[in-house]
Design a protein around this ligand. Structure first.
Ligand code: TMP
Length: 244
């Protein structure tokens, strides 16, 4: 019975979240911290309530995706900072979709920021802080990680599906989904589940009319000062009730 599960042991801590075990070995509790981190952790800031906003936004999006038929680790939001999730073995890869070129792809390939590609760009990065999360291809991924060519193909299809779903969801709120990063894990039956989070920390979101940035780029490029207001604006536009 998932409704009575509580935090048992601390398992691990990332830059923005902590993970706890529960009484059920197949379920974990994800706790959102008030940390804002960018540039591979080189830029860090404590920002009260930021974890609450990301938990609200990510819970809302994962619940919608579960309902839409995308397999995710998300079970339910427990409280303003915590989610109950299926336990997975994380694949140490970051998958990025780009609908508009900016960020690292613009720099790496010398493409003008704001260019709209004729195809949907799908990229893979190896999650490794010491190596600064390098850009890799599918052959590197199969060699480095516990993932097959077939699984990467499935992940590509799921990622395109997520992009179509999220693009429309955000556009209905006058927000353009410029790009985003997602991560996957495998449950004990080796089923691939969308995991981690989707929030303004992990997406580029631009206002449809003004191109105003509604995401972590504001912190990457400038300061943290109005980040909470921006994340709150995303929450409000998604019509998520914020009870905190
Ligand atoms: P990039 O242009 O810096 O490669 O970022 C592409 C997208 O991935 C953007 O929406 C931000 C997101 N992202 C993360 O969520 N975590 C990361 O560590 C990086 C590098 C990017």
């Amino acid at each position: 019975m998932s409704s009575s599960l509580t935090k048992k042991f601390f398992l691990l801590e990332g830059k923005t979240k902590k993970i706890f075990s529960t009484e059920n070995p197949n379920k974990i509790i994800l706790h959102y911290k008030d940390e804002l981190s960018a540039l591979n952790g080189l830029k860090k800031e404590f920002l009260q309530k930021k974890g609450i906003l990301n938990n609200e936004i990510s819970s809302f999006l994962f619940k919608k995706m579960n309902y839409y038929g995308i397999n995710t680790h998300f079970i339910r939001k427990i409280n303003n900072r915590e989610q109950l999730c299926h336990k997975v073995n994380m694949i140490p890869l970051e998958f990025v979709i780009r609908n508009i070129i900016t960020g690292s792809m613009s720099k790496r390939l010398g493409i003008k920021k704001g260019t709209i590609p004729s195809n949907t760009i799908f990229e893979i990065f190896y999650k490794n802080d010491a190596l600064m999360d390098p850009f890799i291809n599918i052959h590197h991924a199969v060699f480095i990680c516990d993932v097959s060519y077939e699984e990467l193909n499935i992940i590509h299809q799921i990622t395109l599906n997520i992009n179509n779903f999220l693009k429309k969801l955000f556009l209905d709120k006058n927000i353009i989904l410029v790009d985003f990063k997602i991560e996957f894990g495998k449950n004990k039956k080796n089923k691939i589940l969308l995991s981690d989070e989707i929030s303004p920390d992990t997406c580029r979101l631009w206002d449809k009319k003004t191109n105003k940035k509604l995401d972590k780029d504001v912190f990457r490029n400038n300061s943290h000062k109005n980040i909470l207001d921006i994340y709150m604006e995303v929450l409000k536009r998604l019509n998520v009730p914020n009870n905190n």
